[in-house]
Design a protein around this ligand. Structure first.
Ligand SMILES: Cc1cc2nc3c(=O)[nH]c(=O)nc-3n(C[C@H](O)[C@H](O)[C@H](O)COP(=O)(O)O)c2cc1C
Length: 390
């Protein structure tokens, strides 16, 4: 993947350097185009060092070829990151008065804007109109995040985390279908149950698949809410996420948010059992017996009010996995079940099988959890599309 990063004059311009590093780590080739204003915030030397490529700042230099055409031809994707209110306005008005704006005018492959600015600027109706005009013309946007802005005020306008920007670039490059504003409730991570005041009964799930699902929903134009237990991965900011610990807390949160969603993806590893009693102190006995009782089946509890929602469950079995997964799907009224093996727990890659009520099981080769998350979302959209075309 060849990525041309256009940097405009925002205080967040330094984030473009971090983005270049991440893209290259991901195997992408990177080049930079800087506006004159951007030169106040980052130097061509840093851009050249981190991209290991020539950096372009001026369209009227005496080199072979027409720069704004040739760098556009080179790139697979043009990412304006950060995008100022000014460059958004110029692109929406067809102005080409420097190398970046002229490249944008002539560029015909996918373009992504990552705006970063003060909240007052982002809320300005003219900036909003310019952004939505560009979106209507097929330009992709990643909404700025909420947080502390350069002015010290808290508001929407921050450059999102570079991890999310990378995923946005990937989802555009991979031509992932949009989610049309649908509402996805995603559970992730692992629950834990107290044995005593310090020890817990839990499992090795990392929460990575759930986190990738949230990011993919965000990048593909869906609405996401998360309910997460303990995790050993970073959860994306800017997504309404309820944190829980036990299976009972997960159920309470599910009951609270289920009515909101169009689709529930139950990626959390919820403990099937909890200790019958919890010791109030710390157990010091030489030997002790742990009596366990079954937790409630969370999916069964909520799917009684399923109505038209799409519900995706997961099944991790060691033996007779297919038969058990089919039983689960029927008993819990699921639309899709993702069957995976113990190898997937805590790993960054996973193979899986997808089962739907009326079709054969489909095997998915081992892939990153980002890819698997996107595949699951594609399957959900197929269920929605199948319903509307009926
Ligand atoms: C310190 C400083 C920080 C700025 N940060 C931003 C910003 O984050 N977003 C923005 O839209 N404009 C910001 N501006 C204003 C732009 O730099 C200005 O509109 C400039 O003309 C943009 O030019 P360009 O779009 O060609 O890079 C900032 C200006 C200054 C002096």
């Amino acid at each position: 993947m060849k990525v041309l990063i256009g940097v405009s004059g925002s205080i967040a311009a330094f984030k473009a350097l971090e983005l270049a590093r991440l893209l290259r780590k991901h195997g992408a080739e990177v080049r930079f185009v800087l506006t004159k204003s951007a030169l106040n915030f980052v130097t061509p030397l840093s851009c050249q060092t981190l991209s290991d490529n020539e950096v372009y700042c001026d369209q009227f230099v005496l080199t072979k070829g027409i720069k704004h055409l040739s760098i556009g031809e080179w790139a697979d994707i043009l990412v304006v990151a950060p995008a100022t209110a000014n460059i958004i306005g110029k692109a929406a008005s067809g102005i080409g008065d420097d190398l970046l704006s002229t490249t944008l005018l002539s560029y015909q492959k996918p373009t992504v804007f990552v705006p970063a600015m003060d909240e007052g600027m982002w809320d300005n109706p003219i900036v909003k109109k310019n952004a939505s005009f560009l979106k209507d013309h097929g330009v992709h946007f990643l909404e700025p995040s909420v947080g502390v802005l350069a002015s010290g005020k808290v508001g929407r306008g921050r450059f999102p985390s570079v991890g999310v920007v990378l995923r946005k670039i990937l989802s555009v490059y991979e031509q992932r279908c949009g989610l049309g504003g649908r509402k996805f409730l995603v559970t992730g991570g692992r629950t834990e149950e107290d044995i005593d005041q310090v020890r817990v009964l839990t499992n090795r799930a990392s929460g990575l698949l759930g986190a990738e699902l949230l990011q993919a929903i965000l990048c593909r134009g869906g609405n996401a809410r998360g309910i997460f237990g303990e995790v050993t991965c970073e959860l994306p900011g800017d997504i309404d996420t309820t944190r829980v610990r036990t299976s009972a807390e997960m159920l309470d949160a599910l009951r609270e948010h289920f009515a909101w969603c169009d689709c529930l993806i139950m990626a959390a590893a919820i403990g099937d059992y909890r200790p019958q009693t919890t010791s109030s102190g710390k157990i010091h006995d030489e030997r002790f017996e742990l009596q366990l009782e079954k937790n409630k089946d969370l999916l069964k509890e909520v799917t009684s009010q399923k109505e038209s929602r799409v519900v995706v469950g997961f099944s991790l079995e060691v033996e007779e996995h297919l038969a058990r997964a089919r039983q689960k799907m029927a008993a819990k009224n699921l639309d899709i079940i993702i069957l995976n093996s113990p190898k997937a727990i805590g790993a960054t890659r996973a193979a899986a099988s997808i089962l739907k009520p009326d079709s054969e099981e489909e095997h998915i080769e081992e892939q990153t959890k980002w890819q698997l998350a996107n595949r699951i979302l594609d399957e959900c959209m197929m269920v929605f599309d199948g319903r509307t075309s009926r």
